[in-house]
Write a protein that binds this ligand. Structure first.
Ligand code: HEC
Ligand code: HEC
Length: 296
């Protein structure tokens, strides 16, 4: 026992010396909080070492006593020990603390960084939508341009004229190749605005396909080819689209742009990613206004 106490004291001195070496500055200042903290640290050290010594000593010298329980579940005997009072109180205390924590504690009332972030985002969103409640077309075009330059230009180019092999030219509404592509393959990308999609067309005569594609890509000028009748049922006789049935083929109206941005699009040129949740409705309208403005 004596040698262990001596060992303990040596350990304490070594730990205090180590602490002094690492954080010794705190002893010198006249900031009494630092000194109190150091004092507390030394006290904890001393108590820990002596309590540990006490139990090591007990483990070495104690012999078992008391009454054995009758059950022997695994062949090893167990003593009938009463629950230690401290343990019992701590157990009940934990339950009380748990109830407090669930009802009035941190989760319902406390500060949270995520909550603060959400709150600030909501405030700014509200400010944004009240500021731009009724924007003029010029405002929308300007707003659309700045959003476009950040979000869309990497693929569509700063002038929106497309980047070869990467994304389509948005200054012209539709190319001949993309009309031919949807006639052959159909298309069902814009599920939000046009849930039915477009099935591949029965149109097989090369001359018919050529006539209707040239007519649409050429901006609906000249005489309407007879084969456009197949398309008019969904895209309207004037090509300006029918809500929920077929999109406007003449210009980029709000609902087409919004649904491209929501659902993304996979076509003959490539894949346009979905921007769902990244743009608010005003920004989508602004982009549509900006893109329409390009063609004019
Ligand atoms: C059954 C209705 C229906 C018919 C008939 C139809 N379309 Fe469509 N079309 C759609 C729908 C819906 C879309 C949107 C596709 C999507 O969700 O990806 C579409 C998309 C298109 C597009 C792509 C528009 C874009 O912005 O890229 C073109 C071009 C087109 N159709 C041309 C035609 C032509 C040409 C015909 C006639 C030969 C035709 N469509 C017949 C419903 C139809
Ligand atoms: C990762 C590249 C990429 C980015 C970023 C991108 N696009 Fe696209 N976009 C494409 C591709 C590729 C197509 C052509 C899809 C096809 O093959 O029909 C396309 C097509 C479109 C179309 C034409 C849809 C049609 O049917 O005619 C519109 C409108 C459009 N994008 C708007 C935007 C807007 C607005 C943004 C910015 C918010 C944007 N795109 C960002 C790649 C991109």
């Amino acid at each position: 026992m004596k040698s262990m106490v001596i060992g303990g004291i040596i350990l304490i001195v070594a730990l205090i010396a180590g602490t002094y070496f690492v954080a010794g500055d705190a002893f010198d200042t006249d900031d009494y909080i630092n000194s109190l903290t150091m004092l507390g640290a030394v006290a904890i050290l001393v108590i820990t070492v002596f309590v540990t010594l006490k139990y090591i000593n007990k483990m070495k010298n104690d012999t078992a006593s008391g009454e054995l329980a009758e059950e022997r579940w695994d062949g090893i005997g167990e003593y009938k020990n009463p629950i230690p009072t401290g343990w019992g109180l701590a157990f009940i205390g934990t339950i009380v603390w748990l109830l407090w924590y669930w009802t009035v504690g941190y989760p319902t009332n406390g500060f949270s960084q995520i909550g603060q972030w959400n709150q600030e985002v909501n405030e700014y969103n509200a400010k944004f939508s009240s500021k731009w409640e009724n924007p003029t077309n010029d405002t929308l075009v300007a707003m659309g341009e700045s959003t476009f330059l950040v979000q869309c230009a990497p693929c569509h180019g700063v002038d929106a004229e497309g980047i070869q092999g990467k994304a389509q030219n948005l200054t012209t509404r539709i190319t001949k190749a993309s009309v031919e592509y949807v006639i052959k393959n159909g298309s069902n990308n814009l599920k939000t605005a046009y849930p039915g999609g477009m099935p591949p067309m029965m149109l097989t005569e090369a001359t018919d396909i050529d006539a209707v594609s040239s007519y649409i890509a050429g901006g609906f000028k000249g005489e309407q080819p007879a084969s456009f009748a197949v398309c008019a049922g969904c895209h309207g006789i004037d090509g300006k689209g029918i809500a929920f049935v077929g999109p406007n083929l003449k210009e980029y109206d709000d609902s087409l742009v919004t649904s491209v941005l929501t659902d993304g699009k996979k076509g003959d040129i490539g894949i346009m990613p979905s921007f769902k949740g990244r743009l608010n409705p005003t920004q989508e309208k602004a982009l549509a206004a900006y893109i329409r403005n390009l063609g004019e």
